[in-house]
Design a protein around this ligand. Structure first.
Ligand code: TMP
Length: 211
């Protein structure tokens, strides 16, 4: 039974839009869901998100960054995700453990096997039943985030958007490698398509897997 669905992918792949679309689709089919995200799915997590993403006048060491993401996750699982699953909701989560493997592992170069152990501690054994990997060329994802910045009332580039294109290429390759290694859980979606077409692809899979 599918209770926990994660959405993964690089920056600008449209995860947030797709989670909203799926939430309303599930509602239209009479299923109650909870949309949440990492980092920042709890009030403590919102503080951690600010520390992690705001560009400040200090550098954050890769291991410090890792522990902040894990702290956010530990709180999120115990305060939000597990209670929602126990209450019979389908949880839709914008990023989860695979983002740590992709960004801190493939991106920053921390040993992936070690990260899996840390993830095991932080997720309290709660694992996604299904993971949508929204995949598109890095240049397209970054163009979308730049566009979003231009349209924002208070444009704010985050620490990851400042990274070079090679960093984002490593992350994309990492996500695709993880999807190949775990085909039963991952569904790779072509996120270069228009948002409506991405939503249709996701709904088709949800129709098979959830209904
Ligand atoms: P987003 O919620 O807007 O996608 O931004 C979150 C950023 O944090 C994104 O660039 C990916 C990054 N991230 C990690 O580096 N490791 C993690 O474990 C998670 C959950 C996110």
């Amino acid at each position: 039974m599918i209770r926990f669905v994660s959405f993964e992918g690089g920056d600008g792949t449209g995860k947030t839009t797709q989670i909203r679309a799926l939430e309303s689709y599930l509602r239209s089919r009479g299923r109650s869901s909870l949309a949440t995200r990492e980092p920042g799915g709890t009030s403590l997590g919102k503080l951690i998100r600010k520390v992690l993403l705001e560009v400040g006048d200090h550098e954050i060491a890769p291991s410090t960054e890792l522990f902040l993401y894990l702290a956010d996750r530990a709180q999120h699982v115990s305060e939000v995700i597990r209670p929602a699953i126990d209450a019979g909701k389908i949880v839709l989560c914008d990023r989860f453990t695979d983002s740590t493997l992709a960004y801190q592992g493939y991106g920053r170069g921390i040993d992936v096997a070690l990260l899996r152990l840390f993830n095991d501690v932080a997720d309290h054994g709660v694992r996604p039943d299904l993971t949508f990997l929204l995949d598109c060329p890095v240049a397209l994802g970054l163009a979308r985030t730049n566009q979003r910045q231009r349209e924002a009332a208070q444009p704010r580039e985050d620490r990851f958007e400042r990274e070079k294109i090679e960093f984002h290429e490593k992350i994309r390759a990492g996500f695709l490698a993880m999807a190949r290694a775990e085909p039963a859980r991952f569904r790779v979606i072509d996120a270069a398509q228009a948002a409506e077409d991405v939503a249709r692809d996701i709904q088709k899979i949800v129709d098979q897997e959830i209904f």
